[in-house]
Structures are given as structure tokens and as C-alpha cells.
Design a protein around this ligand. Structure first.
Ligand SMILES: [Fe+2]
Ligand SMILES: [Fe+2]
Length: 146
């Protein structure tokens, strides 16, 4: 397996994150409370079944080695880590009363975050990480099962 392919599972999760965010952007325009309610439920389910695990995967196997061994890129990793925190916060506070605004905000932040990781972070990881560090990305298993 070459070095680029080792990020493939995360690339695929990013593709589905973009598709998901686009779907939420459409729902965010709805004036139907039932549609908005279902949109919120969909986000919570997506977070619990996919997104939290994806975040942990990146935090443990990508951000952590950057903080420890590639400190020249610490600023970028810190910014992306803060966005994970912000997205987690958005999901906690999302409610039907401000659903249009909050669904839009969630989808926009997730989409931008994912684009930055694909365009800036992952090429860096591929060129910078040791074989062992890349292997750890592939070998990741989440501590908690959702
Ligand atoms: Fe991320
Ligand atoms: Fe990501």
C-alpha cells in the first residue's frame, strides 16, 4: 500500500461528510418544522455513528503526532482541533427554535473544515509522517463503540 492510500478510509469519510453537509444545507432552507426536526435528528445520528469516531481518529493519529513531533505545523493542527470542538458544541446546542441558522452553520463549518483537511492537512501528513505514523492512522480503532 502506498503512502497516499493509507489515508483512503479518511478520504472516503470526508467525501461522505461533504455529501452530508450539502444535504443539510438544503434542509436548512426549509420552512417545514417537521423537515427541520428530522434534519436535527439526522445530524445527531450522523455525529453519534460516524463523525465523533472520525474526529477521534484524526485527533489521536494525526493531530497528536503533529503536536509531539511536527511542531512547525502546530498552528494548523490547533485550528483544526478547535473546529472539532466547535462542531461538537454546535451539535449539543442545536434546537428547533433556531434550526435554519444552526443547520446552516453546522453544514458550513463541517464542509469548510473537511476541505481544509483534504487540501492542506492530508498532503502534509502524506509527505511528513513516518511509515510508523502512517501505519497508526490505518490501524486506528475507536475506544468507544457508538
Ligand atoms: Fe477534522
Ligand atoms: Fe476530517
Amino acid at each position: 500500500m502506498n503512502r497516499v492510500n493509507q489515508l483512503e478510509p479518511l478520504n472516503q469519510e470526508h467525501e461522505s461528510a461533504i455529501v452530508f453537509a450539502n444535504k443539510i444545507l438544503i434542509i436548512a432552507k426549509s420552512e417545514d418544522r417537521k423537515v427541520l426536526f428530522n434534519g436535527i435528528e439526522t445530524i445527531k445520528k450522523y455525529y453519534n455513528t460516524e463523525l465523533e469516531v472520525h474526529f477521534q481518529h484524526e485527533e489521536r493519529t494525526i493531530f497528536s503526532p503533529i503536536f509531539k513531533e511536527h511542531r512547525e505545523h502546530i498552528q494548523m493542527a490547533t485550528a483544526l482541533l478547535k473546529e472539532h470542538g466547535f462542531i461538537r458544541l454546535l451539535i449539543q446546542r442545536i434546537n428547533l427554535q433556531n434550526a435554519n441558522k444552526e443547520l446552516y452553520e453546522f453544514a458550513t463549518v463541517l464542509k469548510n473544515h473537511t476541505h481544509i483537511e483534504e487540501k492542506t492537512l492530508f498532503p502534509l501528513v502524506t509527505s511528513l509522517f513516518s511509515d510508523e505514523q502512517l501505519q497508526a492512522v490505518i490501524n486506528f480503532t475507536p475506544v468507544e463503540q457508538y
